[in-house]
Write a protein that binds this ligand. Structure first.
Ligand code: PLP
Length: 475
């Protein structure tokens, strides 16, 4: 090809890998990142240089290019971000933030040997579920409890244990899909249960359930329609009535609460969401709920209810594949313990604290930082304090919003579209990415979840020094 001569000439202007490694910068890199990774990075710098038509490259240039590559590769992918989306339990941003007590317990469990399946009193074998069983029973009023990887796993395990090869009766109004991969009919199929749909999308009556019960019925399932609501001409059967029907027919009623909460959120000025204790008291034989939604703990799925059924569930070999590790168990235990003192919950549990923040306090925060944010963002954008609405997220109380406040950023020249996207990308490119949402021609930063104003401002200060994300290696 006619470019070969140029390439060859370019190649001659590049230092050898060894020459780069011999520079003091190169040696420092090899010490810091290891020799193989450093060699790879230097080779990558050379390859990029050969592609471009740039001139000479000294060994020091190459070392500095390699350093940038190595640092980028070293940066964690799972990096902290500022969640200013206004969605407190954002599934894509990791849902609940853990309480300090839970973080400490998890860290201890990581660092030390722990009595995970060991009975310290008698020196014999213990059961890992025992660590949280007592607390779960105390807080929910259930007879027995167990814990698995997440609520999807809880539902799968319950269906498989109680309804494999048998029918699971569920209302057509409750055949939900949560975030794409979790669709109730598909989970049922994977669990080996036969889906028996009853009623219609908007109305399901007690007689619909009653008519569907036969010798093949494994269980009746009630599902909290977490992320949507059917309004207008609707009817659903209260859990208490379903429980009566189930008991009369000798089949278990399973209530998948989804988010589930252990306290009445109305205490914190939030809309009432059914509590686990209420579902247990209503007569459900099994109740399932998540650990990292309203409960505010780590990812987990809780199964509470009748002792004989929980024992059966624990004997299912699938349980072993779905169990949680010591780190999460430690965090779960510490989180549940906080619920013993509801008066201090809002102070200690971040999820409740953030949900309960009052709009006027959030607005005060916005007023404190607005002029400094405007100064840091520069004259190309106007920044103002605005009212907005936050949501709980993760399918809890889907239609209710909470009054909040934030900063609205828009291009000073009135342009929208591309310019806004560029601003959003710039904020995402910060050392700690700032995630807002674009609405009404502006980038909105809802400050409900911003508790560290100084860290936020310091991070923003670095917006002028960060390289544009598109520039590769050394320029
Ligand atoms: C969220 C949810 C699930 C899934 O729970 P994960 O903890 O996310 O696995 C299942 N059922 C309902 C009703 C839910 O809201």
């Amino acid at each position: 090809m006619h470019g070969n001569g140029d390439e060859a000439r370019n190649a001659r202007r590049l230092p050898s890998v060894d020459a780069v490694l011999r520079t003091s910068a190169g040696q420092a890199l090899a010490e810091r990142f290891g020799r193989p990774a450093t060699v790879d990075a230097i080779r990558a710098v050379m390859a990029a240089a050969r592609e471009s038509a740039k001139g000479d490259m000294t060994p020091d240039d190459a070392a500095s290019g390699a350093e940038q590559r190595l640092e980028r590769a070293q940066a964690p992918r799972l990096k902290p971000v500022f969640n200013l989306t206004g969605t407190v339990l954002h599934t894509n941003l990791g849902r609940a933030l853990l309480a300090e007590e839970a973080i400490e317990a998890a860290t201890d469990a990581m660092r030390h040997a722990v009595a995970l399946e060991f009975d310290v009193e008698n020196g014999g074998r213990g059961e890992r579920d025992d660590i949280v069983r007592g607390l779960l029973c105390e807080l929910t009023g259930a007879e027995d409890a167990t814990v698995v990887n997440n609520n999807a796993a809880a539902v799968l395990l319950v269906l498989n244990t109680l309804a494999e090869g048998r029918g699971a009766i569920v209302s057509r109004g409750e055949l939900i899909e949560i975030g794409g991969a979790f669709r109730m009919p598909e989970i049922m199929q994977r669990a080996g249960a036969k889906l028996v749909e009853v009623g219609t999308t908007n109305r399901t009556h007690k007689r619909d359930y009653a008519n569907a019960i036969d010798g093949e019925t494994g269980l009746m399932l009630k599902v909290h329609t977490s992320n949507y609501r059917i309004e207008g001409f609707t009817a659903e059967v209260p859990a208490r009535e379903l429980a009566e029907l189930a008991r009369a027919n000798g089949i278990p009623l399973v209530d998948d609460l989804g988010s589930g909460t252990l306290v009445d959120l109305a205490l914190f000025g939030l809309p009432h969401e059914p509590t686990v204790a209420e579902a247990v008291a209503a007569g459900a034989d099994i109740v399932t709920f998540s650990g990292d939604k309203l409960l505010g703990g780590p990812q987990a799925g809780f199964i509470v209810g009748r002792k004989d059924l929980i024992e059966k569930i624990n004997r299912n070999p699938m349980k072993r594949a779905l169990r949680v590790d010591k780190i999460r168990l430690a965090a779960i235990e510490a989180t549940l313990r906080l619920y013993r003192d509801p008066d201090r919950l809002a102070e200690r549990l971040p999820t409740v604290r953030l949900l309960a923040r009052r709009a006027r306090d959030i607005e005060a925060s916005a007023r404190r930082i607005v002029s400094r944010v405007a100064g840091l963002i520069g004259p190309d954008y106007s920044v103002e304090v605005v009212d907005c609405a936050s949501q709980v997220g993760s399918g809890a109380v889907p239609l209710e919003t909470m009054p909040s406040a934030g900063l609205s950023l828009r291009p000073a020249d009135g342009s929208t579209g591309g310019e806004l996207d560029r601003l959003a990308a710039k904020l995402r490119g910060l050392p700690v990415p700032v995630i807002g949402r674009i609405a009404n021609g502006a980038l909105l930063l809802d400050l409900r979840c911003l508790e560290e104003e100084d860290e936020f401002l310091n991070n923003l200060k670095r917006s002028c020094v960060i390289p544009e994300p598109s520039i590769e290696g050394r320029s």
